[in-house]
Design a protein around this ligand. Structure first.
Ligand SMILES: O=C(O)CCC(=O)C(=O)O
Length: 400
């Protein structure tokens, strides 16, 4: 308890709260620099922006000057319904999620179960590279690895691509946990399978997802959670997600030049705008240093990798500021929309495939984007009114 208060105090003390009034007109949008990373035929735009409101609760792209960066306290709860909210997660698991910003549910699925889904995802992705038409006569939206015309980095709208994927990604335990955390019915804001191919897969630089979702998609509040199903073993060496435990308690705001309306084309491969600098990450390190010192409660293996026990004492433990979210195929990682995370390039001989499903609270539906004038396409930011369903957001596929 004392440690937790100390950690919390640390965060509050180190955080610099900036309330900026610089929200005046922005320079004209930069010209489109179209990278060929997404099948453009599949870009579904919904430009009817009812309820236009581009006010921002977060200091960042629209209020800060280019190069200006701040850490500010999270303006929203992590557990919108508190620890007593009923659902599949225990109060202890909710406590871990609240404190660290993530939680691993080991072995929710069997390796055999996920192998089927993984093979389906790889087949759909491979087919999408060679042909715009997939096996079912529809099309699939993919992003390729930077510099490659053949290696798929992401397969979007994955929960709609095949029943084998949907059944895992929208499993009742996962949807129920997301609802428990955001204390609301949820819908799928975005889904994808990310492939980190052996020796080839490139990592993702440090980022908080809600930065993009808030400024480019108009997501009003921090009321969304991501669920990762590990479709292959995730090791530290093959690109397991890395996180700053506790970083979800602060927001890393980054000022920028005007965001190009088609920023998503390049940011899907490498994110630059809104990315924190090394200096801001150092400040985040200081701010979150105490967060994961308290060991996770029993049954919540939310930290560290799975090294053989006999070597544990021989090897120096890195300070707990950054940790790998490792797990066996079939494990599930839940993480908060504002958790600072990223991944290494996969230089190992072991491929790493994970599905990502972003659940947003129905009450947190998207408004107009704040930093761009054209909403991102539907496969990145779902605005479809027909998907405003509750616990089982299984919309019929538009890509099959
Ligand atoms: O797949 C990965 O390694 C990281 C993905 C990620 O950070 C994201 O999708 O936001």
């Amino acid at each position: 308890m004392l440690r937790r208060s100390l950690a919390h105090t640390l965060i509050v003390v180190v955080v610099v709260f900036v309330c900026s009034g610089r929200s005046g007109p922005r320079p004209a949008a930069a010209k489109a620099g179209a990278a060929e990373c997404v099948d453009e035929d599949q870009v579904l735009q919904n430009t009817s922006l009812d309820n236009w409101d581009n006010s921002s609760i977060l200091p960042g792209r629209s209020q800060l000057l280019p190069g200006e960066e701040v850490l500010s306290p999270r303006p929203d709860p992590v557990l919108w319904g508190g620890r007593a909210r009923p659902g599949p997660l225990t109060p202890q698991q909710l406590d871990t999620f609240e404190r660290l910003g993530f939680l691993i549910l080991p072995d929710l699925f069997t390796p055999d179960h996920v192998e089927v889904a993984r093979n389906v995802a790889k087949a759909i992705a491979a087919n999408a590279v060679g042909s715009k038409v997939n096996a079912k006569g529809g099309t699939s939206i993919i992003a390729l690895e930077p510099g490659s015309n053949t290696t798929v980095k992401s397969l979007f709208t994955a929960h709609q691509a095949a029943p084998e994927l949907r059944d895992l990604m929208l499993h009742p335990t996962i949807v129920g946990a997301a609802e428990q955390i955001v204390d609301d019915a949820v819908y799928v804001h975005q889904s994808r399978v990310n492939f980190q191919k052996a020796f080839v897969g490139q990592g993702f630089t440090w980022h908080s997802d809600v930065e993009t979702w808030h400024f480019e998609d108009g997501m009003p509040r921090m009321r969304a959670v991501s669920a990762v199903v590990m479709l292959e073993d995730n090791f530290a060496v093959n690109g397991a997600l890395m996180v700053f435990p506790g970083s979800h308690h602060v927001f890393a705001g980054v000022g920028s030049e005007q965001t190009p309306d088609d920023n998503w084309r390049s940011s899907l491969r490498v994110q630059r705008i809104g990315s924190p600098s090394a200096d801001l990450l150092s400040r985040l390190t200081a701010a979150t240093e105490g967060a994961s010192r308290r060991p996770p409660p029993p049954g919540s293996p939310a930290t560290s990798d799975s090294r053989p026990a006999e070597r544990e004492e021989e090897r120096p433990e890195p300070p707990a500021v950054v940790t790998h979210c490792t797990g066996k195929a079939g494990s599930v990682l839940l993480f908060d929309c504002n958790l600072m995370h990223g991944s290494h390039n996969n230089m190992s001989p072991y491929s790493r495939t994970n599905s990502f499903t972003v659940f947003n609270a129905v009450s947190n539906k998207l408004r107009a984007p704040i930093a761009v004038s054209v909403p991102r396409p539907a496969h990145l930011a779902n605005r479809g009114e027909d998907s405003w369903t509750s616990a089982t957001p299984v919309a019929s596929s538009s890509h099959e």
